[in-house]
Design a binder for this molecule. Structure first.
Ligand SMILES: NC(=O)c1ccc[n+]([C@@H]2O[C@H](COP(=O)([O-])OP(=O)(O)OC[C@H]3O[C@@H](n4cnc5c(N)ncnc54)[C@H](OP(=O)(O)O)[C@@H]3O)[C@@H](O)[C@H]2O)c1
Length: 356
């Protein structure tokens, strides 16, 4: 049975390109999911047309549809669109997501879902009021590698009892030479490594140290340090320690100043450990399992050719097709939990945004 979903892409930038790549590759492969791109919402029609050209969004690859380039307002009013993918900086998410929901559109919104938990609640309340599906685009949770890893570690118990996780998302971004208006430095765009990339190590601790999500989550507490840059007043270096009530620890780091370790995740148990590798720690595509003697006993690699956004896009298609208003893997209360954790970390370190 095929499922058709009509998308609008709001914001013709970096991440929207990567998302669209996967939808089109999926269409090329004629899978059961028909992801049709109906509209590109963009601040400039020239830029929107360039986005279509640069990303090779042709009618042949898009079920005979050439997308229209629209202003955001026109996109909200487009009755041919089922769901909007929001790929703009975090500070815009709340207003844009609510506008989509009020105009009868489902929403898949990039991470972080909003600047703080308060804004996330506003969006979910609008979704409930208008009876629309809404999800934070935490694509990492949807990779087949994650399912396979959890099967190995928690059902087959290949590394014994799990005690500790190291997870990092760091890259050397030459931050000091970026203009203060850059998305990486501009506090009015809610810049800072915690919201931009620190959310991923937190996500790995949620995925790999707890089988539950949201309100059912196991209890944990956290302590953190963020170094706040004296010029742009946001964090580019952060460290968080989480302790679950069952005693497991997560040591989580993120930075835009230095490159991180090749094994960006290391999950340790009584009988061995797991290492995950990637050019982008959000992309869970490759892991190895070692026994306690250091011998490699298992390797998993995702060679699908997708960036990895297709997995969440297909989940959204299934949910919407099934009449669901939230996704079971990334439900509203898991977004609220993680937004609340990041609120607390910012509070602990004096990092305030105007939305607070
Ligand atoms: N899932 C992931 O792994 C991942 C990776 C990177 C980013 N993200 C998330 O995706 C979102 C966008 O990140 P990005 O790297 O794609 O950003 P980006 O390329 O800098 O910007 C995306 C779009 O947002 C709009 N925009 C950017 N700066 C703006 C400004 N100052 N004022 C008004 N509009 C502005 C523009 O829309 P127009 O095209 O309409 O002009 C731009 O094309 C962020 O929330 C980020 O956290 C997720």
């Amino acid at each position: 049975m095929s499922i058709t979903l009509n998308w609008a892409i709001l914001g013709a930038g970096n991440i929207s390109s990567q998302f669209v790549f996967d939808l089109l590759l999926n269409n090329d492969r004629k899978t059961q999911y028909r992801h049709v791109i109906k509209s590109i919402g963009c601040s400039s029609s020239v830029k929107g047309q360039e986005f279509i050209k640069n990303n090779n969004i042709t009618a042949e690859r898009n079920y005979n549809v050439t997308p229209v380039v629209q202003s955001y307002k026109e996109l909200y009013a487009n009755s041919e669109v089922d769901v909007v993918y929001i790929g703009t900086p975090h500070n815009f998410h709340c207003e844009q997501a609510v506008s989509c929901l009020e105009n009868n559109k489902h929403v898949l919104c990039e991470k972080p879902f909003a600047v703080n938990r308060k804004e996330a609640e506003i969006i979910f309340n609008a979704a409930k009021k208008h009876n629309k599906f809404c999800m934070e685009a935490v694509w990492t949770r949807f990779f087949p590698a994650i399912k396979e890893l959890k099967e190995k570690v928690y059902h087959e118990k290949v590394i014994g009892d799990v005690y500790r996780l190291f997870a990092d998302f760091s890259y050397s971004g030459d931050v000091k030479n970026l203009p203060l208006t850059s998305r990486v430095r501009d506090r009015s765009l809610a810049a800072g490594s915690l919201l931009d990339i620190g959310i991923y190590p937190i996500t790995y601790s949620r995925i790999l140290l707890d089988d539950q999500v949201g309100q059912s989550a196991s209890k944990f507490e956290q302590k953190s340090f963020l170094s706040i840059d004296k010029d742009d007043l946001v964090d580019h270096l952060g460290s968080i320690i989480i302790k679950y009530e069952n005693g497991k620890h997560a040591l989580l780091t993120s930075s835009e100043l230095v490159d991180g370790p090749k094994a960006y995740v290391r999950l340790e148990g009584s009988n061995g450990w797991v290492e995950m590798y990637s050019d982008n720690p959000a992309r869970a595509k490759h892991f190895k399992i070692f026994n306690k003697h250091g011998n490699e006993i298992y390797e998993y690699k995702d060679n699908s050719g997708y960036n990895g956004f297709i997995y969440e896009a297909n989940a959204v298609a299934n949910d919407i097709h099934g009449g669901k208003l939230e996704d079971a893997v990334m439900p509203h209360d898991e977004t609220l939990l993680v937004m609340g954790v990041m609120d607390d970390i910012r509070k602990e370190n004096g990092l305030v945004y105007e939305q607070d």
